[in-house]
Design a protein around this ligand. Structure first.
Ligand code: NOJ
Length: 555
């Protein structure tokens, strides 16, 4: 890997008010980041100890997956108290300290808000179960009588995203309640003003504590068709009974007004899985969310043409609403890139997860390196999920009795679930827990043997490691060698993606098996893999300075 920093010294772009437009946001999955008290579960004290690591990595913000009190039926996405911290992770005071300490290091904090559902142990749901059918307590949720003569069948055929019916029968009086995810995650009824008021208050609670923004879980699912119409195979835009309904936008307009009311305006980031780019972009209109995750890019196979279309599609969809695109390669829900890109079909889709498919991890790692530099060079913001910067592979051989994910449990083991990308981070040493916990502690998900070379300590010593690449790439990115210049494709063969930003920066990715010569005179800023006699070999990304002065022929 080559790095030429001197060439871009002094070209920093202004990163003031609209920091979120090109921020690098690092996702912390607290349970698996660092464990300071030795109980095998990551905690806030562990994160605080490792803040210098995150500063040195060069990230602008941290997004914390839910850290609230939770029975952990879905790893914290089942919240029983939105204004506190799970005791396994620490205290509210520690969270406040963490937010403040990170900010001193120049790192902002984004907290995860889960407005679609609560835990079945949330006081509202407990009150609803204790109350009678038709009561105001039940109106906060979707309680309905069952269908069939004796009401013993679910009210309709909606399916849970985790598998099985989306309805569970409440004890006692026979009503059913809706849960688009696990039965421990009852859906809230967003036709109720109290539900709106509660969440607006939760937003203020975290904004008042210094959170720079929120990541909004399942952001396109909150509003349901009150008629509970069945899903139809070809429903038109906005007609699906529980996805992307038009009434959602008013919720986010109100949230945007709250975010904008702060001296440093807060930021709203949506988790929106929608195939229709135009519908997706509606959430990013100037008075709604600031950004949303680009899952099309995340799921895109490692193929030049598909990547080009994905990038074009994202830029075209965002332009009319003047929102920045986001570039996401992984998160806590999807197969790790090193594994995904090592497969013959390197796309990602929940419906077709492929545990146990033949995987070439070496190839996957090479592609993941190239993908990282590609993502870092694209205009917009970037997300890095903890462990991605270490090139951790998906762990696919977790014993059944150690698995935690409801996706695995509710599919009867058909879906491999998401535990394999949530394994605790290896920090140092040559055996589990690799410095994640005190030696001898058993981590909540077991780490594999054989991760000694993937620890932060080992990779820090190795200039050719994934971590060294991320550090160098993010350092260069921060200096914006493109100087704010516009994105444009430049001519290249079918197996190559090449784009310029501004007059003298080019990012060049070779997907094909034939090495490709670089234009004469081009200065190499960084390359994801060593060049072969000046040529870019397969699955390699290179950032170049001043290649355009030489004309565009030869590419
Ligand atoms: C999306 C989250 O990323 C995922 O982990 C969670 O299971 C569901 N939403 C339900 O909250």
């Amino acid at each position: 890997m080559e790095v030429r920093e001197a060439a871009v010294e002094g070209r920093s772009s202004s990163r003031a008010e609209q920091w979120w437009r090109d921020a690098v946001v690092y996702q912390v999955y607290v349970r698996s980041f660092a464990d300071a008290n030795g109980d095998g579960i990551g905690d806030l004290a562990g994160v605080r100890e490792r803040l210098p690591y995150l500063r040195d990595l060069g990230v602008d913000a941290l997004w914390f997956s839910p850290w609230y009190p939770s029975p952990m039926a879905d790893s914290g996405y089942d919240i029983s108290d939105y204004r506190s911290i799970d005791p396994a992770f620490g205290t509210l005071a520690e969270a406040e300290q963490l937010i403040a300490e990170a900010r001193v290091l120049g790192i902002r904090t984004i907290v995860d808000i889960v407005p679609n559902h609560v835990s079945d142990q949330h006081p509202w749901f407990e009150a609803a179960l204790a109350a009678a059918p038709g009561s105001p307590e039940r109106e906060r949720f979707w309680f309905r009588p069952g269908s069939g003569a004796d009401g013993s069948s679910p009210p309709n055929g909606w399916q849970s995203i985790f598998g099985g019916s989306a309805w569970t029968r409440a004890n006692g009086d026979g009503e059913w309640y809706l849960h688009l995810f696990a039965p421990e995650q009852p859906d809230l009824n967003w036709t109720e003003p109290e539900v709106w008021a509660e969440h607006e208050d939760v937003l203020r609670f975290w904004f008042d504590r210094g959170a720079a923004g929120v990541r909004i879980d399942s952001a396109a699912l909150l509003v349901k068709d009150p008629a509970l119409a069945e899903e139809r195979p070809h429903s038109g835009p906005g007609e699906h009974p529980f996805t992307d309904r038009d009434d959602l936008h008013e919720i986010y307009r109100r949230w945007r007004a709250i975010a904008d009311s702060y001296d440093e305006p807060r930021v709203l980031v949506g988790e929106i899985w929608l195939p229709d780019a135009e519908r997706f972009a509606r959430y990013l209109r100037p008075d709604e969310l600031h950004t949303a995750f680009n899952f099309d890019f995340l799921g895109c196979p490692w193929e030049a043409d598909r990547m080009r279309r994905s990038i074009d599609g994202a830029l075209a969809a965002h332009a009319p609403v003047d929102a920045p695109a986001t570039w996401v390669l992984s998160n806590h829900d999807v197969t790790r890139p090193v594994t995904r890109y090592g497969r013959a079909d390197s796309s990602f889709a929940f419906e077709s997860k492929r545990a146990g498919t033949p995987t070439d991890l070496e190839r996957g790692a090479r592609r993941a390196r190239a993908a990282a530099l590609l993502a870092m060079a694209l205009p917009g913001s970037m997300y890095v999920y903890q462990g991605e910067e270490l090139g951790l592979p998906e762990v696919e051989d977790i014993p059944h009795d150690r698995r935690q994910d409801p996706m695995w449990l509710r599919s009867g083991g058909v879906d491999p679930g998401r535990d394999g990308c949530r394994i605790p981070i290896p920090w140092s040493g040559d055996h589990p827990p690799y410095g994640f916990s005190a030696d001898g502690a058993r981590t909540w998900l077991d780490q594999p043997d054989g991760w000694a070379a993937l620890t932060v300590a080992a990779e820090s010593e190795d200039p050719a490691s994934m971590l060294s690449l991320y550090r160098a790439g993010l350092r260069l990115r921060r200096k914006a060698p493109w100087g704010g210049g516009a994105f444009r494709w430049i001519p290249s063969g079918d197996e190559v993606l090449a784009f310029a930003r501004g007059e003298d920066f080019v990012c060049f990715v070779n997907f094909g098996s034939e090495p490709v010569a670089l234009p004469p005179g081009a200065e190499i800023l960084i390359a994801s893999n060593d060049l072969e006699g000046g040529a870019v070999s397969q699955d390699t990304t290179v950032w170049l300075l001043n290649p355009l002065g030489q004309g565009e022929e030869g590419r």
